[in-house]
Ligand binder design. Structure first.
Ligand SMILES: *Cc1c(COP(=O)(O)O)cnc(C)c1O
Length: 708
């Protein structure tokens, strides 16, 4: 079973790693003991950068490397982001590098080499190494399997070793040293995107497969690290190091260290994640600033000559500036999206909280398998799924194959189950994108089998809903599906259809479904069949019947923080938080004299001198037309504005006579809070005679979705 994780350990370790990098560039212990400083900066500190590469490998490359062809769009998006950061860093350091004379006598060709390999300032080598490394690994993956990738990247690392810490040996071999010297003309070090980064990127991408217990990882890391220390000391003693960033034991240490960090369970801390990147980028500038300030203030003895204080000053300075930049950037992002016409804000904290609350209702062994079908109930499928991936969610369900493909293309990892029917013409996509298909009935199983290639499936069992699945009582038919040689059974499930009712009949039926399903699974197991993951709970199942939790819980509406209807049965008392707010803009405000009318069919007539506002949302956005003529209302500046007349396709007129100041550009809240007032999804569902699920899932593709 997959261990449930939140990966918050990564965020904290990133910060630690950033401070280790600062140490490498400030040598904090020189004034204490050169040997201690060597250990701190040249051995311990060397764990930092491989860690950064591995995190990128795991979160950006896993999908592509597993697949070899798909998921490059997500990789490319990441590369563009890194390029932008690199560009920002180049601009920041251009004056300093120029002042230091780094660019004197640089030809266009050597400038290009600098840009691609060494970076334009000493610590900036990391960004081109990351970009080149990722592109190189992806390119290799196109032409060879993962095994080949291991061979090539390990050999490249060994070549790198011989031009780095082991140069003292290589240097004495005539022809070889010549080759290296030629290489060094292009890239000053072997520590770059071709030799150094690839192996760690690959290691990261495969790290989740390696499940080593915390204790074992701890012991093995300690052992490997002691050996690496010994290696470093010996190399230094014999003065063999040209540069000292690579050791034979470094990748070995990283394997176990990474397992340790991965098992560290804590909530994500995004601010640390972004801040550590900025610490990395800015610390050399802070070093210069600290030295400058020390000279001006006459504090050189304290701030510069005392290496420990110097280090702390640089760390604190970099951290403070990085946090400020992270904060300002998030503010800037927040501002920029408000410019849009009509949009949905997805509350990240509420989503994370709902995940935690729902997990707490379930036994440890049951994982959430969120239903992100129908654009994640209107919330934005890939955005939500990505966030869930970050929260450690490793299984999803969708309604259609195209939704599954979209998830994969945006780099979502974990199992993806298609709950509905897939036409045989689309079977190749199941395989290509590693999607699990539901076996909707025995005939469909035959069709899947006939495709002739291995397909991963979950077998649907009908325990009384009579929508999809093979009848539970037809054990022979179910067994036959299990035995089909092209079907790889990954799971078996049924669907509860009365779990939202608290009346006796509904409760009785839910229990009957639960018992029937468990008995069926037991029977199949006793026949020696491997059922894989078993699951039956939708949202109301989790809230009311957690005792039937299997391996997965297919949570839908509850994840988004509401029930289908306010009065629905909920025995759990779980405090879920609505995740969505929906907003639009006031486009135009105008006056109507008493008796004048407005909108299609002139369906609104002012009974008094009135003020109306046109809002930029309509039924094409999923704002139900049934809310026309005062049934619904929006909130503007914390006050209620009833819908005036008929809702149009793209706009809605509201009555703002009683609101003091309304201007073009003001925000109209359609769902969510404004001041002390709130419009909930329940309100809209009730006003239009439906459930929140329908309101959410029909929200239009034209609305932009943002995480806030
Ligand atoms: C949509 C769906 C779910 C999720 O349902 P909620 O009631 O929204 O939690 C679960 N299982 C199946 C088979 C579904 O179709």
């Amino acid at each position: 079973m997959e261990i449930r994780k939140s990966y918050g350990g990564f965020d904290v370790f990133k910060l630690i790693a950033a401070f280790l990098v600062v140490a490498i560039h400030t040598s904090p212990l020189t004034s204490v003991s050169p040997a201690a400083d060597f250990f701190f900066t040249r051995i311990l500190g060397r764990l930092a950068v491989p860690f950064f590469f591995m995190v990128t490998g795991q979160f950006i490359l896993t999908r592509y490397i597993e697949d070899g062809r798909n998921g490059f769009a997500a990789v490319w998006k990441y590369i563009k982001k890194v390029m932008l950061l690199y560009l920002a860093a180049i601009i920041i350091y251009l004056p300093i590098g120029y002042y230091a004379g780094n660019y004197s006598g640089v030809s266009p060709l050597s400038a290009l080499c600098m840009l691609i390999f060494d970076g334009t300032f000493y610590h900036l080598w990391y960004f081109p190494a990351l970009i080149v490394g990722i592109l190189f690994v992806c390119l290799l993956r196109r032409v060879c399997p993962v095994r080949g990738l291991w061979a090539i990247t390990v050999v490249l690392y060994i070549i790198a070793l011989l031009g780095d810490s082991y140069w003292g040996i290589t240097e004495n071999i005539p022809v070889v040293s010549g080759v290296y010297e030629a290489m060094f003309k292009i890239s000053s070090y072997t520590r770059n995107g071709l030799f150094f980064a690839p192996v760690f990127l690959l290691m990261g991408s495969q790290a989740a497969k390696l499940k080593i217990s915390v204790k074992k990882s701890g012991i093995l890391f300690a052992a490997a690290f002691i050996l690496m220390t010994a290696e470093g000391v010996v190399l230094r003693h014999f003065n063999l190091q040209r540069h000292d960033s690579m050791y034979i034991m470094l990748p070995v240490c990283m394997v176990f260290l990474y397992q340790l960090i991965m098992s560290w369970e804590r909530g994500p801390a995004k601010i640390l994640r972004t801040a550590s990147t900025w610490i990395y980028i800015l610390h050399p500038a802070v070093i210069i600033a600290v030295r400058g300030a020390a000279s001006v203030l006459g504090l050189r003895r304290l701030l510069v000559e005392n290496s420990v204080v110097h280090y702390l000053a640089v760390c604190i300075g970099s951290f403070v500036i990085a946090v400020i930049i992270t904060y300002l950037l998030s503010r800037f992002r927040r501002k920029s999206f408000r410019e849009d016409r009509a949009w949905i804000e997805v509350d990240r904290a509420a989503l994370a909280r709902n995940v935690a609350v729902l997990r707490a209702l379930l036994p440890e062994s049951c994982e959430l398998m969120p239903a992100v079908k129908a654009n994640a109930y209107g919330h934005g499928m890939t955005m939500v799924a990505r966030e869930l991936n970050e929260l450690g969610v490793r299984a999803f369900c969708v309604a259609s194959v195209s939704e599954g493909v979209e998830l994969r293309r945006s780099g979502i990892v974990g199992e993806v189950l298609i709950l509905g029917y897939t036409h045989p013409a689309k079977f190749p996509l199941l395989k290509k994108y590693d999607l699990s298909q539901t076996v909707v009935d025995p005939d469909y199983a035959v069709e899947l089998e006939r495709y002739g290639k291995k397909i991963a499936v979950h077998i649907g069992i009908d325990t009384g809903m009579h929508r999809l699945g093979t009848a539970f009582c037809d054990l022979e038919a179910i067994e036959k599906i299990f035995k089909m040689k092209n079907l790889r059974v990954r799971g078996i499930f049924t669907h509860m259809c009365t779990a939202d009712g608290g009346d006796e009949k509904s409760v009785e039926f839910s229990r009957r479904q639960g018992e029937t399903f468990l008995k069926t699974v037991e029977e199949l197991k006793s026949r020696g069949l491997d059922c894989g993951k078993i699951h039956m709970l939708p949202s109301y199942g989790i809230l009311n019947y957690p005792e039937y939790a299997g391996d997965y819980a297919r949570v839908g509406i509850a994840l988004y923080g509401v029930k289908s209807a306010r009065e629905d049965y909920d025995a759990s008392g779980a405090e879920l938080m609505p995740v969505m707010s929906m907003k639009a803009r006031v486009a135009s405000v105008r006056e109507l004299k008493a008796g004048e009318s407005a909108g299609y069919g002139l369906a609104f007539t002012a009974e008094r001198d009135s003020k109306i506002a046109t809002v930029t949302i309509g039924y094409a956005d999923g704002y139900p037309r049934g809310l026309s003529c005062g049934k619904g209302h929006v909130l503007i500046n914390g006050q209620i504005a009833p819908v005036a007349g008929r809702i149009c396709m793209d706009q809605t007129i509201v009555d703002v006579t009683d609101i003091d100041s309304v201007h073009s550009g003001d925000i109209a809240v359609i769902i969510g809070r404004s001041g002390d007032k709130e419009i909930s999804a329940y309100d809209i569902a009730e006003q239009t005679g439906t459930i929140t699920n329908e309101i959410f899932s029909r929200l239009g593709s034209r609305l932009q979705r943002f995480m806030v």
